[in-house]
Ligand binder design. Structure first.
Ligand SMILES: Nc1nc2c(ncn2[C@@H]2O[C@H](COP(=O)(O)OP(=O)(O)O)[C@@H](O)[C@H]2O)c(=O)[nH]1
Ligand SMILES: [Mg+2]
Length: 257
């Protein structure tokens, strides 16, 4: 609880058995009222470990991808009464200790989304971010700031907090089931006029924390540019897009079987 608001941590998991224990150990239980892990058909023991940890576990019957996983995460969190939802990767990449700070920024009422930024003030490279990922991050961020008309230090962190109001408003079902979901969601938040805040967050890079290879990163990069162009075209009323429209499909109940 923060300021009487119910805080739910959601963890989209794929092969996180080796890292989920360490991640959960650093979550402040006096703040996190509910902890949900959605397993996307991991090939390891993620589900067993998560159950041992006492998390609320939802299992996809087939692999849907990272974006599909998050759709289930948010639908489940709302169903269970969350006022503030914090998405934390169970790969121990981002510091769980910043969760109260992020949830606190939402609780302040100033922001509907808060990002844990690896770029802002902490030196992503010092944390071990590969140089090619850093350069791509800076380039994509600059392009997006221009096309989306917003100002963020990065759009690509996987550590995010959201208000219930934002999650009930965005047509998240219109978004990809792949990695670009993250980016589409932020573009939607800007489209609908929500305020996005950022805090500094150190990130670690080690084999279990980072599996996205060059090929998938390139696909993500083009997806990001496509999203920003789609946003700009919709703003200029050149095209219509269900992703950037008042109507559009809101979150559906989680489908697990
Ligand atoms: N559902 C799903 N999630 C995945 C897949 N690959 C990675 N993830 C999750 O997506 C998140 C980001 O992936 P990760 O490899 O850590 O990316 P990086 O840290 O940005 O290099 C992690 O929480 C993973 O658990 C996948 O194929 N399917
Ligand atoms: Mg990672």
């Amino acid at each position: 609880m923060i300021s009487g608001l119910r805080v739910c941590v959601v963890m989209p998991a794929y092969n996180a058995a080796k890292t989920v224990r360490r991640t959960v150990a650093e979550i402040d239980r006096s703040v996190a009222d509910d902890m949900i892990l959605v397993d996307d058909q991991s090939k390891d023991d993620t589900v067993r470990v998560a159950q041992e940890l006492g998390l609320h576990v939802v299992v996809h019957s087939k692999n849907r991808g990272y974006g599909g996983n998050q759709k289930t995460c948010y639908a489940e969190a709302l169903k269970r009464g969350a006022d503030i939802v914090v998405m934390l990767h169970p790969d121990y990449q981002y510091s769980p200790r910043l969760l109260p700070a992020m949830a606190g920024m939402i609780a302040s009422g100033h922001f509907d989304a808060v990002l844990g930024s690896r770029i802002l003030g902490v030196g992503a490279l010092a944390g071990g971010m590969p140089i090619w990922k850093y350069v791509a991050n800076r380039f994509l961020t600059a392009s997006e700031n221009l096309l989306l008309g917003y100002k963020l230090a990065e759009y690509h962190t996987g550590y995010r907090a959201f208000s219930r109001r934002l999650l009930e408003t965005l047509p998240l079902e219109e978004n990809s089931d792949d990695f670009v979901f993250d980016n589409q969601m932020l573009a939607q938040a800007i489209w609908f006029g929500f305020h996005i805040g950022e805090i500094s967050c150190p990130a670690r890079y080690f084999p279990e924390a980072s599996s996205i290879d060059f090929r998938r990163s390139v696909k993500y990069g083009f997806g990001v540019l496509g999203t920003a162009l789609e946003f700009r075209a919709a703003r200029l009323r050149l095209t219509k897009s269900p992703r950037f429209a008042e109507t559009g499909r809101k979150l559906l109940p989680a489908v697990t079987e």
